[in-house]
Write a protein that binds this ligand. Structure first.
Ligand code: I3S
Length: 128
């Protein structure tokens, strides 16, 4: 099947709803705009779609493009320092292109799982 909903059935890939904001774009600080996004990790690429409750229907419908994507190759993912946000369980993702994102959920276990998956993706694709 070609539907993107199938991504999540691949054991190597991960998807779910997270709160996301950019904080830097191409090395330049941008204003935070926390948005609930359907998030998919596919290989070294992280895709975001606006709006909760999208899930399989959003992808399966195939009518929307991802809101934005970042390539994790050469980037990093780690817990964000406290000064980055007042929220709990926040990850900071940096790309080689100078984009920085914060990723957050109130579910700390879920965020820990994402951190593991992101770091694994970065390490797996380090020599691409
Ligand atoms: O890093 P900041 O400036 O404390 O981030 C907060 C602000 O961006 C705020 O928006 P406005 O300044 O545009 O009103 C957001 O609503 C907050 O969520 C931001 O802080 P947290 O700590 O939630 O990341």
């Amino acid at each position: 099947p070609s539907s993107a909903a199938c991504f999540c059935l691949q054991p190597s890939e991960k998807c779910g709803v997270l709160n996301v904001t950019k904080i830097t774009e191409n090395g330049k600080k941008v204003r935070k705009n926390w948005t609930s996004s359907w998030t998919v990790l596919q290989g070294s690429v992280l895709l975001f779609a606006k709006g909760q409750g999208g899930g399989a229907s959003w992808f399966g419908g195939g009518q929307s493009k991802p809101e934005f994507t970042v390539d994790l190759r050469g980037g990093s993912a780690d817990w964000a320092s406290k000064d980055k946000s007042s929220k709990k369980h926040v990850l900071e993702v940096k790309t080689r292109q100078g984009t920085e994102l914060l990723i957050q959920s109130d579910n700390d276990g879920l965020v820990s799982d994402w951190l593991k998956a992101l770091q694994e993706a970065i390490n797996t694709h380090v020599s691409d």
